[in-house]
Ligand binder design. Structure first.
Ligand code: WQD
Length: 342
């Protein structure tokens, strides 16, 4: 069972990917500094897959520890790199934190493999497209000037990865451009654990529904869309996790497209914020307390992905629909209320 390093593996997408790697016959190894996740997620993963994943706690910005770990683990043949700061709003307030954390960790990892082959999957984002010129947006669409330091770290990281893959002969790299990850594992044992007040829509919806938040404020409904609300390509986190396994397999098989490639990881369907709220109300069987407030600075109006390349070349396609996304997110919120992690 080949070992795959999962950085940020106790996080939301990382933990779901650890489960799917195990299910696909790999041995996931986690590095996480626990700056934005909870170590008890390891116990939760064990409840799902029956084994506790190998875990190492340190910061990938520490070049000494990162280099020593890679030297001591020559049997790691692939890396899925999630570890990064990811809050759009926070990145505007503290750009240096984002540039330091997201680039030092990436560069240290890449430099640790200067003399040996590595398959490397990177967590990127549809945010690189900005407000796309056309929809659904495909991987050939131009990368637009980022509207936040968070988005800029994703764009620059993709450039670093492409140039690295082209300059050296030992890096095989895929960047997965996520749309909007939502939902939770169907066991309801792992899911999204936002720190403090949720910045993203779904956790705010479920925390409002469970009574943890008084109401959801929808950031505007006067956009140029059919119902006036923003449109997003929501994708179930388990489908997203499976895309990472598909990417590792493609790299192991030798990606015919070359040493660097990008893939959209979405459903190809756009839902408005209002449609998402209505889908949640349907599966939860209760009305959601929300009101429409002012727009949020920097929000993209409409974005959803063209997933033909991912289906044809990555051999992956999302299988779970909006109702499964909502029901799994709701089941997780109810679970974590009754079983809070320390
Ligand atoms: C979705 C829609 C909001 C909260 C960002 C990053 C992306 C990824 C996910 C990290 C928008 C509306 C939200 C709320 C609302 N990053 N909304 N009230 O901004 O599409 O994507 O997060 O994983 O890279 O760009 O996600 O969930 O914040 O917003 O009305 O309280 O929900 O205006 O239209 P976003 P989001």
């Amino acid at each position: 069972m080949s070992k795959i390093l999962v950085t940020g593996g106790t996080g939301y997408i990382g933990s779901h990917t650890v489960v799917e790697l195990h299910n696909a016959g790999y041995t996931p190894v986690i590095i996480d500094n626990l700056s934005n996740s909870n170590i008890q997620i390891l116990d939760q993963i064990e409840k799902i897959i029956g084994v506790k994943p190998e875990f190492h706690q340190f910061d990938l910005c520490d070049v000494t520890k990162t280099t020593a770990f890679i030297e001591a683990n020559p049997d790691i043949k692939g890396i899925i790199h999630f570890a990064a700061s990811k809050a759009v709003g926070e990145s505007v307030l503290d750009p240096l934190k984002y540039y330091h954390n997201n680039f030092f960790s990436l560069i240290n990892l890449l430099n640790s493999y200067r003399d040996k082959p590595i398959n490397f999957v990177f967590s990127s984002s549809c945010t690189v497209y900005g407000e796309p010129d056309y929809l659904p947006v495909d991987e050939a669409a131009p990368v637009k000037k980022a509207t936040s330091p968070y988005g800029n770290t994703k764009q620059i990281a993709e450039e670093i990865l492409e140039e690295t893959a082209n300059a050296y002969d030992n890096y095989n790299i895929i960047a997965l451009r996520y749309f909007n990850p939502v939902g939770a594992h169907d066991s309801a044992l792992i899911g999204e654990l936002p720190n403090g007040v949720p910045q993203n829509l779904l956790p705010f919806i479920t925390q409002t529904a469970i009574g943890k938040r008084e109401k959801l404020t929808v950031f505007g409904n006067d956009f140029d869309t059919p119902d006036g609300f923003c449109i997003r390509d929501f994708i179930h986190v388990v489908d997203l996790a499976k895309a990472h396994v598909a990417a590792i397999k493609l790299l192991e098989a030798g990606n015919p497209a070359g040493k660097y490639d990008t893939f959209n990881v979405g459903t190809g369907n756009g839902y408005s914020v209002l449609e998402a709220i209505k889908a949640f109300e349907k599966v939860s069987g209760q009305p959601l307390n929300y009101e429409v407030g002012p727009r949020r600075e920097g929000d993209i109006v409409k974005v959803y992905g063209d997933v033909v390349k991912s289906t044809e070349k990555l051999g992956w396609k999302a299988e779970l629909g909006i109702e499964e996304m909502m029901s799994s997110a709701w089941a997780w919120e109810k679970y974590i209320k009754d079983n809070p992690l320390d």
